[in-house]
Design a protein around this ligand. Structure first.
Ligand code: SF4
Ligand code: SF4
Length: 92
């Protein structure tokens, strides 16, 4: 069965200045690639066995928390952006 893809960019609006609500401890990163594989917005990439988060993640991340959940090395820290900033989901 094929994977159904949805363009999440059309469903969200980003508001305010969030700051760095995702942080990564490079020393803990094993380069397993799980965050790269799971991020629906393709905001992680592997380079030389380390994952790198896109510099513009704050404008693109949909705050699903999947990268944080899937990282078994606890190399990723995720906190929702401060009140009133970040993602607003829009339907229709
Ligand atoms: S899931 Fe964690 S350990 Fe694996 S590549 Fe991403 S940051 Fe590194
Ligand atoms: S919270 Fe979700 S959308 Fe944001 S970087 Fe992590 S996996 Fe990607």
């Amino acid at each position: 069965m094929g994977r159904k893809t949805v363009d999440l960019r059309e469903m969200v609006k980003h508001v305010g200045v969030t700051g760095n609500f995702i942080k990564q401890d490079k020393a803990r990163c094993t380069g397993c690639g799980s965050c790269v594989n799971i991020c629906p917005m393709e905001l992680w990439e592997l380079r030389k066995n380390k994952a790198f988060l896109s510099g513009d993640f704050a404008e693109k991340c949909v705050e699903c928390g999947s990268c944080w959940l899937v990282c078994e090395s606890k190399a990723i820290e995720f906190n929702y952006p401060k009140g009133g900033t970040g993602v607003i989901w829009e339907y229709g």
